[in-house]
Ligand binder design. Structure first.
Ligand code: GLC
Length: 710
């Protein structure tokens, strides 16, 4: 496909049409036909509102999309097909866990497979482009959108970015059943002040390069075809108008060669942010910064021709934006395959994958005296607001689900242990409830949050359980039975107050279509939990932001390592459950890391690496999957470095008594960091490496990167 040839034949109006994205609504079909026929539509967004995360968007429009596409190809002036985009965030008809829940699996292969399955299903609905993966690092569970991201850690977020881009796009995004991916929201949106959505962010260049940029760098390296600019401003500059961020860094330093789409209304929102006064001004600022496509503002369509004619926007800027969009359309095969052909889908296989990922994402936080797993022949009383719930289990940003595929926890428990479950409905008479409790061996409390209190524009000031759910836990505890908490919260929760009421706690996230079956397989030990936290769980909301990979404060209270957090007057400083934490029904022992050889700075810079080795041993009663995590600490550098930072992880299933040797490669990427001017550096000096089952692991070894010539 000769993009230059196509571009050379296009009029200015046709070029500007390619930069315009408008919403698809069935009732707008006649208007859409006219706009497309006039060449004013480069893209359709299959979402009828700015809050696509909440309302199930209409489906079954493939024929309509094909009809519109036929107009674009056969009747519009340029004959260029439009690209149809949709928020395929964590599934389509079969829904996978929300991304933050998926991240707790640390299973990148399963994450990639899930994205590939979602792409296959969405492509059948005429989708060619997904507004995913969402790669915003978040350290604040109050921010509703933390559930869409991959947590607090840049290394894990980078691994998720690569897995998701590969899953959506495959090795060849032009093949059927693939989608163009979109790394979003570039950049720093997760640092919204106070967890308030859309609010300002204050991010130094040093933090930008080392915390927020790595996952986008990984997505670009994985070949991500598009990037979405974010709503927020960073230290006074809206990302939408930042040439430094959108061109100098994204293109100049990361080498991104796809196209940038704005977020919904974000070009016009520069007026709200106080940096533009007119629609034309908004358009000029965004196109100069490097925003190629306008998501639903239509300010490019309305103003760019005049801006070119009055010399404010050079034609070369327009041409480059169009070139990027046409290049992506060619790479996804849109010119050669503009229409959707429905293909057979193996939904059963997708459900099996959803079950695998959901159960691998469940984190066992507590298991006093081996309360879990339950026996299927013991009577259980199931209580709580999530016992019969289905929709909430799918989480936010679920647009195309089929609720008929979803079971409740009550249904899943009944089918696992027929006749042994008393699932409390509101109308259960007290005397029956007390009889059931008296006869039961355990109380399972299915607690959690609705999908509608997470996601976009749904932040919370409290991460503690609601008063009602806290009271239920307290009352259940007073009954003198084993109490198991199943927490279906997608965001981090603050558990200090309720933790004592539970004998066992499963943090199940919003696990998607197969969430209930996954929970029940873990409850009964059909699956030994292997999830690990992708985001710190605080004791109380007042500790937020709290995250493990912080540099050390100038003073640490009594030197006890827990990120060195000073203690509050009214609360311990440490996390309730730290990043990387997760228990198993068995126990694993990690050896002391051994470093082989030593390394000079120049060797490291030239691509050599140190190897750190140790072992993991299953010293418990049953098979289980261990997650070996490798953390480093650069003890002294020209900039303060995190007291721990993840630089590798590996999952392995071990039989009782089995021992496995493991090793991690410590190369420049693992040991180096970015200076505030964006230069990457590895500095000589002392490092510590730790390997274990969470970020507080104690098994460590020191090593030195020698100055050259030493
Ligand atoms: C929303 C979200 C973005 C989404 C877009 C299209 O406002 O910020 O993540 O992809 O609009 O629905």
């Amino acid at each position: 496909m000769d993009i230059e040839k196509i571009l050379a034949k296009m009029t200015l109006a046709e070029k500007i049409g390619q930069l315009n994205q408008i919403p698809f609504k069935r009732e707008d079909f006649p208007i859409l036909c006219e706009k497309i026929r006039r060449g004013e539509v480069g893209s359709l967004i299959l979402s009828s509102t700015a809050y696509a995360g909440f309302d199930a968007q209409e489906r079954g429009y493939v024929e309509m999309l094909n009809a519109l596409q036929r107009i674009a190809v056969e009747e519009s002036p340029s004959g260029i097909p439009f690209i149809a985009g949709r928020d395929v965030i964590h599934g389509h008809e079969v829904v996978f866990p929300v991304p933050l829940t998926q991240a707790a699996s640390f299973d990148m292969e399963a994450v990639e497979d899930a994205c590939a399955a979602a792409a296959e299903e969405a492509a059948n609905d005429g989708v060619r482009w997904t507004f995913a993966p969402m790669l915003d690092i978040s350290r604040d569970g109050r921010w509703g959108r933390c559930i869409e991201g991959t947590g607090e850690d840049p290394w894990l977020a980078s691994c998720m970015a690569r897995a998701m881009v590969r899953g959506f796009q495959g090795s060849n995004p032009a093949l059927e059943g693939r989608l163009a991916a979109c790394a979003k929201h570039y950049i720093g949106y997760g640092a919204s002040e106070g967890g308030r959505d859309y609010h300002r962010t204050e991010i130094s260049d040093y933090t930008l390069y080392n915390t927020y940029l790595p996952s986008f760098r990984a997505a670009v390296e994985a070949g991500c075809l598009s990037v979405m600019s974010s709503f927020n401003e960073i230290s006074g500059e809206p990302v939408t108008s930042s040439r430094f961020l959108l061109t100098d860094i994204l293109r100049g330093q990361l080498g991104f060669d796809g196209f940038v789409v704005s977020d919904w209304n974000s070009i016009l929102q520069q007026i709200q942010q106080g940096t533009c006064q007119t629609r034309a001004g908004c358009a000029a600022a965004a196109i100069h910064a490097g925003v190629d496509m306008d998501m639903v503002d239509e300010v490019y369509l309305e103003n760019l021709a005049a801006l070119v004619e009055n010399g404010q926007v050079p034609m070369t800027v327009i041409d480059e934006a169009v070139r990027r969009i046409l290049r992506v359309k060619a790479r996804i095969g849109l010119f050669t395959r503009p229409y959707t052909q429905i293909r057979p889908i193996d939904y059963k296989a997708h459900e099996a994958l959803a079950l695998k990922l959901a159960r691998e994402s469940i984190v066992l936080l507590k298991n006093r005296d081996h309360t879990l797993p339950l026996c299927k022949d013991e009577s259980v009383v199931l209580l709580g607001p999530m016992a019969h719930e289905k929709r909430a289990l799918l989480g936010s940003w679920t647009l195309d689900f089929d609720i008929r595929r979803v079971h409740s926890i009550a249904e899943a428990m009944e089918s696992a242990a027929p006749g042994k479950i008393t699932a409390v409905q509101d109308n259960l008479p007290d005397r029956m409830l007390s009889a059931a409790i008296h006869a039961s061996g355990a109380l399972v409390l299915a607690l959690g949050e609705s999908d509608t209190v997470t996601g976009e524009s749904h932040s919370m000031t409290r991460l503690e359980l609601s008063a009602a759910q806290t009271a239920l836990a307290r009352d259940a505890h007073a009954l003198g039975r084993k109490v198991i908490g199943v927490l279906c919260y997608a965001r981090p929760v603050a558990l200090e107050e309720v933790e004592p009421y539970f004998d066992a706690i499963l943090y199940a996230g919003h696990g998607g279509t197969m969430a209930a079956q996954a929970v029940v397989q873990v409850l009964y030990g059909d699956y030994n939990p292997s999830g690990h936290l992708a985001m710190t769980l605080p004791r109380r909301t007042g500790q937020v932001p709290i995250y493990y990979n912080a540099s050390s404060p100038a003073r640490t209270v009594n030197g006890y390592y827990n990120g060195g957090y000073a203690t509050y007057e009214d609360c311990a400083g440490s996390a309730m459950y730290p990043f990387g934490y997760g228990l198993s029904y068995t126990d694993f022992r990690f050896g002391i890391p051994q470093i082989e050889g030593c390394l000079s700075l120049s060797a490291l810079v030239d691509g050599s690496a140190l190897t750190v080795r140790t072992y993991v041993e299953n010293i418990g009663p049953c098979a289980g999957t261990a997650l070996a995590q490798c953390y480093i600490h650069d003890v002294c550098a020209s900039m303060a470095r995190p007291v721990r930072q993840l630089c590798g992880f590996t999952r392995m299933t071990l039989q009782p008594g089995e021992r496995r040797e493991i090793e991690f490669r410590l190369d420049a990427r693992a040991l180096g960091f970015y200076l505030r001017d964006g230069r990457f550096t590895v500095e000589p000096g002392c490092f510590e490496v730790y390997i274990g089952g969470d970020c507080l692991c104690k098994n460590g070894t020191a090593f030195t990167v020698a100055e050259d010539g030493q």
